[in-house]
Design a protein around this ligand. Structure first.
Ligand code: SAM
Length: 258
């Protein structure tokens, strides 16, 4: 049957040439037997990461819409489509990664809507999605809390799947709703939310700006209106969307209203 015949430009040396002319790949995908990033410093990435939290993502996404923010070459978008998602919109601000995603989708025969867009401009989509993926982007942003606020306000309908590199303590300190001005020891506690600012470079990557400790990633998500439902893997937090903001915002709001 003609639909099963792989066209020559999607196999062998011609496909290899098309893959390589799109530059260095961050996602290691298997396209027609060719690995796009066989020497990735994190191994078979992101498959090795996905395998650690795939069980925590709904296995049947039929009838659901998915937004993949910072999709790169589309690994997670493809997995969502394979789980039956009706629509997958994949955004990234980098043209080169979107071109890789488009080639991969073509070779894999999966329909993904790729859009060049920054997380800060998500309002332009004018749509809310059942599942939002925000994986591996947070620490690349100069304004991470703004990004979370935008996601909450404009695109998240139900489930947010979040990943950030984290550094520092993995303790979670139980916090009071307020502290006296003279209380300073609390800031020395390892489980206090902390966001490390990278002024120069980290991991030879000039786009790493803010790296949270685990308590901070959780606190920022809550503060932006997300409820943490599950923590299936070191860096992954699965969240629900809540109308109820973290107590700091609530406190701020009640001060404003009084
Ligand atoms: C470390 S990769 C993560 C890719 C993928 N989400 C994953 O987890 O494997 C970060 C991606 O975020 C994209 N990105 C960085 N800043 C962005 C922004 N402001 N808006 C949209 N995408 C952004 C980069 O182009 C890159 O593709």
């Amino acid at each position: 049957m003609s639909s099963l015949v792989v066209p020559p430009h999607n196999q062998g040396p011609e496909l290899e040439r098309r893959i390589r002319e799109l530059g260095d790949w961050f996602h290691n995908l298997n396209l027609g037997g060719i690995q796009t990033a066989p020497n990735h410093y994190l191994g078979d990435y992101p498959r090795v990461k996905w395998e650690k939290f795939a069980h925590a993502v709904p296995s049947d996404l039929s009838g659901k819409s998915v937004l993949d923010i910072g999709c790169n070459a589309g690994f997670y978008s493809f997995e969502m489509k394979r789980r039956g998602a009706d629509r997958v919109v994949a955004i990234d601000d980098a043209e080169n990664y979107l071109a890789q995603g488009q080639l991969a989708a073509e070779v894999l025969g999966l329909k993904i809507e790729f859009v060049q867009l920054s997380v800060y401009d998500l309002a332009q989509l004018r749509e809310k999605f059942d599942v939002v993926l925000f994986l591996g982007v947070f620490y690349h942003l100069r304004h991470p809390l703004l990004a979370l606020d935008i996601i909450h306000e404009h695109v998240a309908k139900d489930l947010l799947i979040f990943q950030s590199m984290t550094r520092g303590s993995r303790d979670i300190l139980s916090l009071q709703s307020d502290y006296d001005f003279w209380e300073s020891a609390i800031f020395e506690q390892p489980g206090f939310p902390a966001l490390y600012f990278i002024e120069k470079n980290y991991a030879a990557d000039g786009t790493n700006w803010w790296i949270p400790n685990l308590a901070c990633a959780m606190a920022m998500l809550r503060s932006a209106g997300f409820t943490i439902i599950q923590h299936p893997e070191d860096e992954i937090l699965i969240c629900g969307r809540s109308e109820c903001f973290g107590y700091s915002s609530a406190l701020r709001q009640s001060v404003e209203e009084s």
